[in-house]
Design a protein around this ligand. Structure first.
Ligand SMILES: [Zn+2]
Length: 118
């Protein structure tokens, strides 16, 4: 097994775990709509703009990203930045296995978003 494949396998497991957590939270959210207001753990790494979304939207957004990442692993396109097509730093993927932008492009996007909201 190549290093890359090993990394993909690890990321896949991390994504599946994350997905389970999110599904669990969504279930709870439906049962107790106020649940999750101070739940931070898996959402703490979300970017600024995402903090303005409701918990439910955040979870839906994350679960979409996770599904996309899982598909990308299957297709062998995982870990590529969706904007500049360069490889996303492994360190970043370890923290955020569903990241689809590299640090540089994410930074650009955040900047653009802030400018727009002003
Ligand atoms: Zn990029």
């Amino acid at each position: 097994m190549t290093e890359d494949k090993k990394f993909f396998e690890k990321q896949k497991k991390a994504l599946e775990k994350e997905k389970e957590k999110i599904e669990e939270k969504m279930k709870k959210l439906k049962k107790y709509p106020s649940y999750g207001e101070d739940e931070e753990d898996s959402l703490q790494e979300m970017e600024d703009f995402e903090n303005n979304l409701s918990i439910e939207n955040q979870l839906e957004y994350l679960s979409k990203k996770i599904n996309r990442a899982l598909k990308a692993i299957e297709n062998g396109t995982y870990g590529k930045c969706s904007a500049c097509k360069e490889n996303i730093e492994h360190g970043r993927l370890k923290i955020m296995p569903y990241a689809d932008l590299c640090v540089t492009c994410q930074g650009e996007q955040n900047k653009g978003r802030k400018r727009q909201s002003r």
